[in-house]
Design a protein around this ligand. Sequence first.
Ligand code: HEC
Ligand code: HEC
Length: 371
Amino acid sequence: MKKVLSIVIIAGFIAAMVSCHKNTDAPAGATKLVLPATTARYYNETTQYSNPSINEKATLGRVLFYDGHLSLNNAISCASCHKQELGFADNIRFSTGYEGRLTGRNSQSIANLSGQDTFFSNNFIANPSTPLFWDGRETSVKNLINRPITNHIEMGIADASVLPGKLSALPFYPPLFAKAYDGDSTITSDRISECVTAFLISIQAHNTKLDKYLAGDNTALNSMELQGMKLFTDKYNCEGCHRVMSGQYFMSGFIDIGLDENYTDIGNGAVTKNTSDYGKFAVPSLRNIALTAPYMHDGRFKTLDDVLNHYSHGIQNSPNLNEVLRDYSTNQPRTMNITESDKKMLIAFLNSLTDYNMVSDPKFSNPFKTN
Ligand code: HEC
Ligand code: HEC
């Protein structure tokens, strides 16, 4: 009896997930926009910003983020590939974009976008952040949205200047722009990207077990997780690149971790044109890592276990392999030989980096509901 019930619940859950995806993928005409009566609080206006109506801008950004009208065929929204329940990443190796085109790399989690150091400054939206994308080809979130042809071809929009006209024809946009811009309902590319940026940067995950532990709650991590933490910081020095303990979660710069002896994707090398940067990719944030499989820039690893097997004994002798991942004496790729019990503890620790509030927070969810 109990078994049957749980199967029904799981079936219902899957059906709900499927319909939710349909929602974001379907033409927005088939859906209805539902926003809360009072503007949700994305930012604390008085202490964080002097940017007027920042919460109204983020609200509008949420609508744009989930709206298929931002793509040429009205079918692909940002959320098609950046799904809230998956830490704003995608659960397949390459995501499907405009007309079935596949992305060249694995979708990135866009929570806690890098550049959070400048995040709390007044002019964050004007401020370029640290390099974006796996290869660092863009530095400013705002430009990233404004330059779809060079940076985000998945939506089929070659020229971002066509969007304002297109969105003006949808009845719900002019009032939302008026709210965000002091009564002025004009839609411009600049405003579109400012609002999407305001929404993106508001997506912050700071409510993990590790955050609680670092804030002084000694009971937040259990003994497995604590042992995993020690292995992460000391024995295997993952912290050397993934700066989890400092709360920063990333490290600037690009690194070759020896995935392939011969590069199939030169990564940052295509941006700098230096052969010494070939095969180097951004150090990913490990926040919500339990939700963002598959892993690496090309999504080659299905599980965290696969990732640990790479560090354990899979590192290849690639030309630009980071020195930390080389054996000092032999100059050969390091073999960490991570034991099965160490793996369990490391994975327990990695699982403690999930913020379940963020992935279920209604203010980050799809505002389009099917009728
Ligand atoms: C078809 C899938 C797809 C769609 C649609 C899509 N993205 Fe992405 N996004 C990706 C992939 C894949 C990457 C990594 C690309 C790379 O590094 O080459 C990415 C990377 C990003 C990044 C960089 C994150 C970082 O940490 O550097 C941001 C920000 C982003 N997307 C925001 C958006 C926004 C905003 C939209 C809607 C305007 C959008 N994406 C639409 C797949 C998609
Ligand atoms: C020398 C720097 C460095 C060290 C040390 C390092 N990593 Fe990484 N890690 C990276 C880079 C760079 C990537 C992305 C590589 C790519 O996709 O090409 C990555 C990717 C990952 C990913 C996949 C993230 C994603 O979003 O796909 C996980 C998980 C991970 N590392 C965990 C670890 C663990 C656990 C350790 C310690 C055993 C460790 N890393 C040590 C630099 C490092």
